[in-house]
Design a protein around this ligand. Sequence first.
Ligand SMILES: [Fe+2]
Ligand SMILES: [Fe+2]
Length: 120
Amino acid sequence: MKKTSAILWQDAQHQVLFEILDLIAQPDAGAEVLRQLHDYSENHFAMEEHYMLAMDYPRTTDHIRSHDQFREEISSLLSLQVDDPEFRAVVSTFLTEWLTRHVLGIDKDLEAFILASDLK
Ligand SMILES: [Fe+2]
Ligand SMILES: [Fe+2]
């Protein structure tokens, strides 16, 4: 039987997160895109964390700590209540770089673990 090389929900959700981050950089985006990023990323992190806990994934603590960093960044951004397009562009670049490292690093490790398990 052919083995799947990716987890569809995880890939699709990462794609949406990168799209929202692109949106944040658009001058006419408006402040509510940060709220959208907050809600979507929380949804995504909760799903990954659900799998980690259900599978006894060995790097759960590190991975949740990494998600918590992103959560903290977004919370502090939301509390600033700044609606400046240039500021949002900087935020978008910073968070896109963060997410790229996360997706290519620890998320890949989780993906491999899920694919090797019976829970996929
Ligand atoms: Fe993750
Ligand atoms: Fe992820």
